[in-house]
Write a protein that binds this ligand. Structure first.
Ligand code: GLN
Length: 269
């Protein structure tokens, strides 16, 4: 079997399982796909790929720490480089850096060389739906309806040398994590999958974080990225009934497994 896990410490995990099941219908796979909830290190060890759902990233990180899952998760993402997709709070956890919120710092898993701004959208915009063009969908495909709930955005993509001094929370570096080799090449490319364009009215703040009020206009924010094996989306596809992103991601998971198998074969020759 091919086991795909959904981290089930907190948040919208069952919705992901439902949409994965829908997305797997008719998908050609060398072995049956099974979807499991992951709450322990041994459950994680069974997985070929993982989804980290939306919810509350500080809480999720705390529970992960208490469940002894933080280091296994970092190894899963950064050493084994297994396909991992984080939605909303999940994307925050998969980022190398995040701004601090009122509640203070939190642990991150890392894997995406980006800095996120948590709760980017202000009070009036805490939750909304917006049509998105996704880079992997056909140009003429209907847009994907992005559900944003106290959503983060990708504020910046990190250069090789991170000099961003006001980053408050950062995933531990390779040195801090001890003997686990970080396998991310410095120049591993961060690909933008989707941007949200919205119109800001004159006098309206661009985000809670900057609080800047200007003359209004169109602003565009990065809301979906991919860096190698790691995918992050600001929004919640699992709260829609549209399985297109789940389908695409499962196809990427199968491609990854095939590549691993081929590599193993080459090594054996
Ligand atoms: N803003 C939340 C956080 O910081 C994430 C919200 C969500 O996942 N819907 O964790």
């Amino acid at each position: 079997d091919i086991t795909v896990g959904v981290l089930a410490l907190q948040g919208a995990f069952s919705e992901h399982i439902q949409l994965l099941q829908k997305a797997a219908i008719g998908l050609e796979s060398p072995q049956p796909l099974i979807f499991i909830l992951v709450k322990t290190p041994s459950e994680l060890a069974r997985c070929s790929a993982l989804i980290i759902p939306g919810g509350e990233s500080t809480t999720m990180a705390l529970i992960a720490e208490r469940s002894n899952l933080l280091e296994p998760l970092r190894d899963f993402v950064k050493a084994d480089r297994r396909p991992t997709w984080g939605t909303c709070a999940g994307m925050i956890l998969l980022s190398e850096a995040a701004n601090r919120t009122k509640k203070g710092g939190q642990e991150l898993i890392g894997g995406l060389s980006v800095r996120v701004n948590r709760n980017h959208f202000g009070r009036q915009m805490e939750s909304f739906e917006a049509p998105l063009q996704l880079s992997f969908l056909a140009q003429d495909a209907p847009p994907f309806s992005g559900v944003f709930i106290r959503a983060p955005i990708v504020e910046s993509i990190m250069p090789r040398e991170v000099r961003d001094s006001d980053v408050e929370v950062r995933a531990p570096t390779k040195a801090a994590r001890g003997n686990v080799e970080s396998v991310f090449a410095d120049d591993d490319h961060v690909e933008v999958i989707a941007e949200l364009r919205r119109r800001v009215l004159p006098g309206e703040a661009l985000s809670v974080a900057d609080g800047e009020r200007g003359n209004g206009g169109d602003v565009s924010s990065i809301v979906a990225v991919r860096q190698g094996n790691v995918v992050g989306t600001s929004f919640h596809p699992e709260l829609t009934s549209d399985p297109r992103i789940h389908r695409w991601w499962l196809e990427e998971v199968l491609k990854d497994l095939k590549r691993r198998e081929e590599l193993l074969k080459e090594l054996r020759v």
